[in-house]
Design a binder for this molecule. Structure first.
Ligand SMILES: [Zn+2]
Length: 339
């Protein structure tokens, strides 16, 4: 259902299982009063807090909701999927800005006061609400204290301590629980249609956060990061240098490779495979050294550089990998001058 959507809406028919307790909580609190309501949605993973907010918004605005989840098919649900719903406003930091400013709060206030277009409900979602400037936070107080009409106000945050106490005290807090690894894995592999091993790799890479892992995978065709990771994963089956390597700055390549190798080493720790882990750590050391040289201003020729890194990565599982790595490290000086 979310195929043409770029803002990551969870398939409405299948919210993650670990959301269930708070979905019920949000329902009874919101229906206890026919007036507006403000929730502070807290998760360790900001993407998850935002996604949870979008789900609550869909449920609130749906014309055929069973009160528990949205139908996914009415006019309201369809507009939301296309991010074109007149009664739903996302407030987030604008491109090029580091904070949510006061002019965005003015937009939010105007929105909260206008009449609903599709029905009687409206939803205002603050993404990463802790990024409000102090002035913005002060001017939002009235809107969140007494949302006009039947407006549902949602503040999504992963760093709730950064919100002023004046804001926090005006919201009802909903903590998104962290799933068990089994819950996360089963949900992720169902979403991606992949096996448990692949789901586990992605989960580890996303520091155990299934929603973050899902969002990273979702943009596979478009995101440089996932294209790169895929090229790292497949390195032993590739016959020549992945084309994506040649198209990005060397520093970026090394940086992403380091993160990926680190996640592989962590994965082996989980599986208790000491030899595998040791070879990942050796590879990590080589790349970290190289990355350090590049940061210090070494300018290797792109061709030689890529070929060397490629060869090094490919030989990780070779029995003589320690020798290869040793030569690589002692040759670093020569590599650095090659440009
Ligand atoms: Zn609907």
């Amino acid at each position: 259902m979310a195929d043409q959507d770029q803002t990551h809406n969870v398939n409405f028919q299948a919210p993650p299982s670990w959301w269930m307790p708070i979905l019920n909580g949000a329902q009874s609190s919101a229906s206890a009063t026919a007036r507006g309501h403000t929730f502070l949605l807290v998760s360790e993973d900001i993407e998850e807090a935002i996604l949870f907010g979008a789900f609550l918004a869909a449920r609130q605005l749906c014309h055929r909701s069973d009160g528990y989840q949205p139908c996914g098919d009415c006019n309201s649900c369809r507009s939301l999927l296309h991010d074109a719903h007149g009664d739903f406003l996302r407030i987030r930091q604008q491109e090029g800005k580091t904070m949510i400013g006061i002019e965005q709060i003015r937009d939010a206030t105007r929105f909260a006061q206008q009449t609903a277009l599709y029905g009687e409900n409206k939803v205002l979602l603050f993404e990463a609400a802790e990024r409000m400037t102090l002035a913005a936070a002060n001017s939002v107080l009235k809107t969140i204290e007494e949302p006009a009409g039947k407006t549902l106000v949602l503040l999504a945050s992963s760093e709730v301590w950064r919100l002023p106490a004046t804001v926090r005290s005006r919201c009802q807090r909903l903590m998104v629980p962290r799933p068990t690894q089994a819950e996360g894995l089963s949900w992720l592999s169902a979403q991606l249609g992949c096996d448990a091993t692949s789901a586990l790799e992605r989960l580890i890479f996303a520091r155990g956060q299934p929603i973050a892992a899902w969002i990273a995978s979702d943009s596979f065709d478009f995101s440089l990061e996932t294209t790169l990771n895929r090229s790292f994963e497949n390195i032993s089956s590739q016959q020549r240098l992945p084309s994506v390597w040649a198209n990005i700055p060397i520093e970026t390549l090394l940086e992403r490779l380091l993160v990926w190798v680190e996640s592989q080493a962590r994965g082996e720790l989980l599986h208790d495979r000491a030899a595998e882990r040791a070879s990942w750590l050796t590879l990590h050391r080589c790349i970290a050294e190289l990355s350090g040289r590049v940061k210090l201003g070494a300018t290797p020729s792109q061709d030689i550089f890529l070929a060397e890194v490629y060869r090094l990565c490919r030989s990780r599982r070779h029995s003589a990998f320690d020798d290869v790595a040793g030569r690589f490290l002692s040759n670093l000086g020569r590599l650095g001058r090659a440009g």
